[in-house]
Design a protein around this ligand. Sequence first.
Ligand code: PNW
Length: 459
Amino acid sequence: EEQVTGTAPVRFPAGFRWGAATASYQIEGAAAEDGRTPSIWDTFARTPGKVFEGHSGDVACEHYHRYRDDVALMKRLGLGTYRFSVAWPRIKPDGSGPVNSRGLDFYDRLVDELLDHGIDPMVTLYHWDLPQVLEDRGGWTNRDTAYYLADLASATIARLGDRVRTWTTLNEPWCSSFLGYGSGVHAPGRQDPRAAFEAVHHLMLGHGLAARALRAGGAREVSLTLNLTDVRPYTPADQHDQAAARLIDGLQNRLFLDPALRGHYPQDMLALFERFGAAGVIHAGDEALIAAPIDLLGVNYYQPALVRAQVGAHSGEAHPGSEGVEFVTQHMPVTAMDWPVDPTGLSALLLRLAADYPDTPLMITENGAAYDDVVEGDRVADDDRIGYLDGHLRAAHAAIEGGADLRGYLAWSLLDNYEWGYGYGKRFGIVRVDYDTQRRLPKDSALWYAEVIERNGLS
Ligand code: PNW
C-alpha cells in the first residue's frame, strides 16, 4: 500500500505544470457588457428557488474588469498555468452565426496579460454557460448544438491560437448532462432521463467535432476535462455491491472515457441509452468522430463514491437507471459541501486511468475544497484547505510513483466565486474575495501553495 498521507518530502517531475483554474460565469461578472447575451445560468439564477438566495453571476468577482490585478496575483503566487473558460454568449451572442469581436477582445487582452507575466493560458471552450438562445432550441438535446460548439472552437482559436498552446473542449459533460437535464440542480434545470442521455451524446459529439476544429486551427495540445471518481463497493466481496459500483462507474466515468479514448460507448451504457429512448441520437460514424485524438485528459477530482446494492433504494435522477443502488455516507472528515475528504481516491483513480486508458497523459485540472473560512484581520488561516491540498498532492505523487503519467496540477479555484447552485455561499478559493469591496486576500493556502510551486514539491 502506498502511503499517501504521510509527511515524507516529495518532489514532482521536472516540468510539472502548476496552476489554478476558474470558469467564466463563476468569476467574470459584466453579464450584459460588450454584447454578451444571457446564458442558461443567467436564466436559471433568475428562476425562483433554483440557486441559493437567488444569487447570480451578474457581478461575481468582476474579473472582466479586474483581470490585470488577478493576473498580477497569479504571478505573485508563482502560477505557471492558468486554466479559464471562454463565455460562449460573449463570443457568439446568437449561439451560432456571427462572431462578436468585442467578446473575443476580452480574452485577447487576458491572454496577452498572462503571457506578459510568463503564465501559460489553458482555454476551456465550454464550462456550462450555453447561450440561452440555443437552449430555446433544445440546448444539448439538439444535435445542432454539437456543431455550434465546433464553430465556437474555430472562431476562438482563429483569434487566440497564435498564443494559446493548450485547449480543452468541455468541462465535465457529466454535470452538463445529468445535473442539467437529469436531476435539474444545474441549468437548464430539466428533469428528464431521456434528455439527459441525448445531452450526453451531443456533448461528446461536440467534443469530437470541436477537437477536430481546434486541430485544424493549429492547436498544439487538445484536451477534454471530465469529473471522474473512484467508485467503491461497500462490501468489496459482495457481487451485488460490485455490480452497483460498476453501474455508477459506468455513468460517472466510462460513459465519457470510453467513447473519447476507446472509440465506443460501453455496452452497459448503450443499454441505458436504449432504455430511456435516447439511442436514436447516436448516428453511424458518430463514435469515430468522438474519438478524435487528444493529447491530454483533464481529471477533476473531489471525492470518492461508496455504493451498495439496496432493494428499493434510488440514488437519484443524476444517475438514471441506478434503481437499487444506494450511495453510502462515508464516515470521514467532510468539506463545507459535505463531500468526504479522501485522497486515496485520487491515487486509485489516476492509477486506474493509467491502466485502463494507457498512453493518455493526465493532468489534474481541478482539485480543491470549500470551507467556511474565517477572516482574521488580513489573514485567512485555512489549515483545513491546506490539509486537503497537501493530502491530494501526496496522493497524486504516489500515483506518479506508481506509473501514472501525470503532467500537472491545477487547484480549484484561484478565487472564491459563484459556486453554481450554492451561489456565493461556498468558497473554494485559495484567494478570499470580499464581495462588498472586491478585495482579494490570499488565504494561508495560497501562500502555502506558492511555496509548493517554488520547490516543486512538499516538505
Ligand atoms: C466542478 N457533483 O463542479 C466544476 O467544474 C466547477 O465549476 C465547480 O465550481 C467545482 O467542481 C466545485 O463544485 C462540480 O455534484 C459540481 O458531483 C458538482 C459536482 C461535481 C463537480
